[in-house]
Design a protein around this ligand. Structure first.
Ligand code: DGT
Ligand code: CA
Ligand code: CA
Length: 570
């Protein structure tokens, strides 16, 4: 049981409780706990193993902490099993359909005997929903659209979740007698947003029983294949893991092969072939003679190429660039000098100004922008003019104590449907920078939505557009948008676009970053952290920037404070 599984149990339970008509406080408690667990940067098993006290987490009291520990040890959540005896367990799936709340779910269940997504699909296709009170043809059509979307998306895991699962597995393998190298290759190493499975590559001394030990990993649910140099298992989380054991002299060749992408490998092999060489996972060969394969660099060198970073290996021009000495000097985490999007408990964050500042200082940053939401209809706990000025004064007091570090006064301001900003223009001028974002009207067509963003950027107080596409990985599609026009508009207005590093957002993503570089619009990488600990999500944003060929010069928050402030000026 990993964080997403436990969160899923709690949120399913919350839905069933609600349909049953339980106390709303209890419902909310489970829903909040689900959100907390879903967003934890560390795996709960690991936390419990390290003796962590779960009651320190927001929204987790004694009772919930016990239940979580129970789930982790037994793999079961009995309250859900009990309630599922009276209500169909699949009923909770329905809550994932936008527009279906507990009231409607209850109606569907009692009137139409709809108890699962399959039942819902059947009812919608038969046109039975539109006739129900409180539904209608539009809702029915939306439900059908959602059902089709779900059928089309295969289950891929977010990179951050794959890290939480892959990390301990790697530690288990490295802890095996005789194992020398153990690394995760595949899409995980290329830092794709999501991974289909995990590919582990191992080198070891003769006689090591690494395969035997691999299949004994406690998280293994099924052994799908097992041989002398390879094995495939499915973990209890559902994630599949491929293991390959190779000799040390093949390590580099195998790493190139299993890192992929497949398209990169094929193009690389074709280049090698032109030089009369054969490439495979065991090495580089001339006829039957082994030439190289210990390191990735020597493999690429044999093809006449410079070393190519894994994030670039998508056969989208990197091989030609490596041949011609045109590879970018990719931005790296150590280039980042500060974070420009973070929340405190003044709005919907969980930690104080001081705690956020301390955490940023620990990361070695020179600055951190505090971007709590401004007050506006629909935004809970947003700051009004008075509270925002109070926060500015508190920031001044803290800044007076810092040397070589500064909290920047900022706010995350909603872009209203007509492109105006949800902030008093007078207060906006007192801030060091303004981060603006869309949080409503996701259904606009591309033209309306792009106009809305450009209009927001017409306001010279706006410095950064946050999470420009609004997507939530696996949950919400990006809104319709003319990305090219948005980027050109941002460049003309000297406004920056954000690479939001939340693992559930990654917005902009790698492909957008590459377009941004072509268009010449400047970017920032920000975490949108709602806790001090998740300031550490920065690395996921850097991954996407690297996938988009970006260098430190393309990213404003790789600059020192003075240069950053100059670049923000409009
Ligand atoms: P994923 O798992 O869907 O997120 O994506 P990958 O890239 O990890 O793909 P996967 O797990 O099927 O294979 C891992 C790597 O192995 C892949 O990136 C390249 C290599 N590979 C797999 N199949 C082939 C193949 O048929 N030809 C070549 N040249 N390489 C392959
Ligand atoms: Ca893979
Ligand atoms: Ca694989």
């Amino acid at each position: 049981m990993h964080n997403p599984d436990i969160a899923e149990l709690f949120s399913r339970y919350a839905v069933l409780l609600e349909v049953k008509g339980a106390n709303p406080f209890r419902v909310r408690a489970y829903r909040n706990a689900a959100r907390t667990i879903e967003n934890l940067p560390r795996d709960i098993n690991e936390m419990l193993g390290g003796g962590a006290d779960l009651t320190e987490l927001p929204g987790i009291g004694e009772d919930l902490a016990h239940k979580i520990a129970d789930i982790v040890t037994t793999g079961r959540f009995t309250p859900l099993e009990e309630i599922s005896r009276r209500l169909p367990g699949h009923l909770a799936e329905l809550a994932e359909v936008p527009g279906l709340g507990p009231k409607r779910i209850k109606l569907l269940f009692h009137r139409l005997k709809v108890g699962s997504m399959a039942d819902l699909a059947a009812a919608a296709r038969a046109g039975r929903l539109r006739k129900m009170k409180g539904f209608g043809p539009k809702i029915e059509a939306n439900i059908l659209k959602e059902i089709e979307r779900r059928a089309a998306t295969t289950t891929r895991l977010r990179l951050s979740v794959a890290e939480q699962i892959g990390g301990p597995l790697l530690a288990w393998l490295r802890d095996t007698e005789g194992v020398e190298e153990a690394v995760i290759a595949g899409s995980f190493r290329r830092r794709r947003e999501t991974v289909g499975d995990i590919d582990v590559l191992v080198t070891c001394r003769k006689g090591s029983s690494v395969i035997e030990r691999f299949v004994l990993y406690p998280e293994v649910a099924d052994v799908l294949a097992k041989g002398s140099t390879r094995a495939t298992v499915r973990l209890k989380s559902g994630l599949q893991v491929d293991l390959r054991v190779v000799p040390a002299r093949s390590y580099g060749a195998a790493l190139v092969y299993f890192t992929g992408s497949k398209a990169h490998n094929i193009a690389l092999r074709a280049m090698a072939m032109k030089r009369g060489l054969k490439f495979n996972e065991y090495g580089v060969f001339k006829g039957a003679r082994w030439l190289a394969g210990r390191t990735e660099a020597e493999v690429y060198a044999k093809a006449g190429l410079a070393y190519i970073e894994p994030e670039l290996r998508e056969n989208s021009g990197e091989l030609e660039a490596a041949r011609d000495g045109r590879l970018p000097d990719l931005v790296s985490l150590s280039d980042i000098k500060g974070d420009l999007h973070a929340h405190t408990r003044a709005s919907d964050g969980q930690d104080s100004l001081k705690e956020m500042a301390e955490a940023a200082r620990k990361l070695g940053y020179s600055y951190l922008a505090i971007t709590d939401h401004t007050a506006h209809v629909g935004i809970v706990h947003g700051l009004d003019r008075r509270r925002l000025r109070q926060q500015m004064a508190a920031i001044d007091r803290l800044n007076a104590k810092f040397r070589d570090f500064r909290l920047l006064k900022s706010a995350e301001v909603d872009i209203l449907p007509d492109g105006r900003l949800a902030i008093d223009p007078g207060v906006a001028k007192e801030l060091d920078l303004v981060v603006a974002a869309i949080h409503t009207k996701f259904g606009n067509d591309a033209r309306t939505q792009t106009d809305r963003l450009l209009r927001a950027m017409d306001d010279p107080c706006v410095n950064i557009i946050a999470h420009p596409t609004g997507r939530l990985l696996g949950e919400r599609e990006p809104y319709e948008l003319d990305m090219q026009r948005l980027m050109e508009g941002a460049r003309e207005r000297n406004c920056l676009l954000e690479i939001n590093a939340q693992p559930s957002r990654l917005d902009l993503n790698g492909a957008h970053c590459r377009l941004a570089k072509q268009i010449g619009v400047r970017l920032v990488i920000s975490t949108d952290a709602h806790t001090a600990e998740t300031l550490g999500y920065m690395r996921f944003g850097v991954d996407q920037a690297r996938r988009g060929w970006l260098e430190a010069t393309n990213i404003a928050n790789t600059r020192n404070l003075a240069t950053l402030l100059a670049q923000l000026k409009r």
